[in-house]
Design a protein around this ligand. Structure first.
Ligand SMILES: Cc1ncc(COP(=O)(O)O)c(C=O)c1O
Length: 508
């Protein structure tokens, strides 16, 4: 049996009557306890500037400990300027300390509203209510932005990580190029030409931490605070947050089956410094911007001297025809800033993406980047560069295209059998999500209710800046196997109607 030891504790009165307790069995070393005790007493003015503290020997004797912890504590207090030594006075509390801080009472009286008004940067446009929507937390069927995680080629990836961690290349530990690792930029440039019809070379590519940061850099580089930006309505709500954070005024422009309605935008007579579009697979409705709209948009940008931010987030996956070429490849005037991401095509926690910058703007973008975070980790960039160059990337895309196509077909079949053949679906030709529309429902109410039973449905309304024109859901299918699809759709039916309307059985 162990007997509980009494903690030996001594109290000592210093030259200035400081009461200090030192616990031998504390996890804190003794020198740290002494340091903390003196520092707290000095900051709170229990010990006043100029007052003498006991000699190290005296304090050690009084505490019944060796002199070493006392010397260590005093040395630290001297080094940080809490104590000073003066000839003839010994060691005293420093006389150059500023006036006491605001009293605890006064500090407490600072209400939250005072803090909001005076001490934090306000971003009035940032929709706080949308930061943590109840339906945005989960992992499972219909998650938007979730990929087939279990299919990721971990073996190939791990061997590349091992290769780059083996050591020897000490240069890779230093700060990287703010434009990103040259080898990765070259690999991306070689991919973008044939795969996406993007016209660029590696010097124009900046590696960033995903589309979200890409958009932030573009906005900081090109949009003055208070300027107007056109956004698709409905559109990508995370992009809205970036513009709000940069104090842009967002002008929602309606989207129809041909993409952004430029004429409707022009008719508003609210010119904008930039427009954000998702021409290959409009988010969230999934339409492809028609050729005539593309040309019209490029023409508008040139006339208005505005920028086009092209978010090309998931266009590698097209199921019924060839991938649509980028808008950037059509642009003769250097007005398009192309944004790509590896979040959909590989996995979102990688946080790697890229910007293709018009040649004349490269230096300007670089200056913004250096003032921000300089660049993403070199190790991950090197691994990704090899992953692309050694064909793991294209192999993964080919495999995933087949898999997502199968999951998409299973989802469409289940939806039509559950909701009837007349169910309106859009965006099913590409990417990893589609939209369904429902009459006489309130999608936010249903999404909130479904979340309480752990079904995470993204309501279409959440993509509208203004009043939602239609209600429905954005259904991701990337992370749900074809075999699980009927079951998932059954849950969706229950969430909408309270119970499944038709019998749905999982595929054998
Ligand atoms: C429209 C759109 N753009 C971009 C992204 C990817 O963003 P990020 O690269 O910041 O992960 C997504 C992800 O869901 C998206 O829906």
């Amino acid at each position: 049996m162990t007997t509980k030891k009494r903690i030996p504790m001594r109290k000592v009165s210093s030259a200035v009557h400081l009461t200090l307790a030192v616990h031998r069995e504390s996890p804190q070393p003794m020198h740290r306890q002494i340091y903390d005790g003196y520092r707290a007493a000095i900051v709170s003015r229990t010990l006043r500037p100029g007052q003498r503290v006991p000699s190290s020997r005296g304090l050690a004797v009084e505490l019944g400990i060796s002199r070493i912890p006392v010397l260590t504590a005093y040395a630290q207090l001297l080094a940080e300027g809490y104590l000073e030594t003066r000839v003839g006075f010994g060691t005293t509390v420093s006389r150059s300390l500023p006036d006491p801080p605001v009293s605890a009472e006064r500090a407490k009286s600072h209400s939250r509203s005072t803090i909001a008004a005076g001490f934090i940067a306000e971003h009035r446009n940032l929709p706080e209510s949308m930061l943590h929507p109840p339906w945005g937390r989960g992992w499972g069927a219909f998650g938007v932005g979730q990929v087939a995680f279990e299919q990721f080629p971990f073996k190939a990836w791990n061997s590349l990580i091992t290769r780059h961690c083996r050591g020897g290349n000490v240069k890779s530990l230093d700060y990287g190029d703010p434009m990103g690792l040259q080898a990765l930029r070259e690999a991306i440039a070689a991919y973008l030409g044939p795969a996406r019809g993007v016209r660029c070379d590696a010097d124009q590519i900046m590696i960033v931490s995903g589309s979200q940061q890409a958009l932030d850099i573009c906005t900081r580089a090109l949009i003055r605070r208070g300027s107007r930006v056109w956004m698709e309505e409905p559109g990508y709500r995370f992009a809205r947050q970036v513009f709000a954070l940069n104090d842009c005024r967002i002008v929602p422009i309606p989207v129809d089956r041909e993409g952004l309605d430029i004429t409707a935008g022009v008719d508003l007579r609210l010119d904008a410094r930039a427009v954000l579009v998702t021409p290959s697979h409009q988010y969230p409705l999934g339409f492809t911007m028609s050729a005539s709209r593309r040309l019209k948009l490029l023409d508008w940008a040139e006339r208005a001297q505005s920028w086009i931010f092209e978010d090309d987030y998931d266009s590698e996956y097209r199921y019924e025809n060839m991938p649509i070429s980028s808008l950037q490849g059509l642009d003769p005037n250097g007005r398009v800033i192309y944004i790509g991401t590896f979040s959909k095509v590989l996995f979102p926690s990688l946080r790697l993406g890229y910007i293709v910058i018009p040649r004349g703007l490269v230096k300007h973008f670089q200056a913004i980047r250096v003032a921000m975070d300089i660049g993403p980790p070199t190790l991950l960039q090197a691994v990704l560069g090899d992953f692309i160059r050694e064909d793991h990337f294209s192999r993964h895309i080919r495999r995933m295209r087949l898999l997502y196509s199968e999951r998409r077909t299973a989802l469409l079949e289940s939806l039509h059998s559950a909701f009837g053949p007349d169910l309106e679906v859009t965006g099913q030709h590409a990417g990893m999500h589609l939209c369904i529309f429902m009459n006489r429902i309130h999608d936010l109410v249903i999404a909130r209710r479904a979340a309480s039973s752990k079904l995470w449905l993204v309501p279409l309304s959440s993509s509208y800046a203004g009043e939602s024109a239609r209600h429905g859901f954005i259904l991701g299918y990337g992370s749900t196997s074809a075999e699980q699809m009927n079951n998932a759709v059954g849950k969706l039916q229950t969430a909408i109607y309270g119970q499944p309307k038709h019998e749905t059985r999982d595929r054998e």
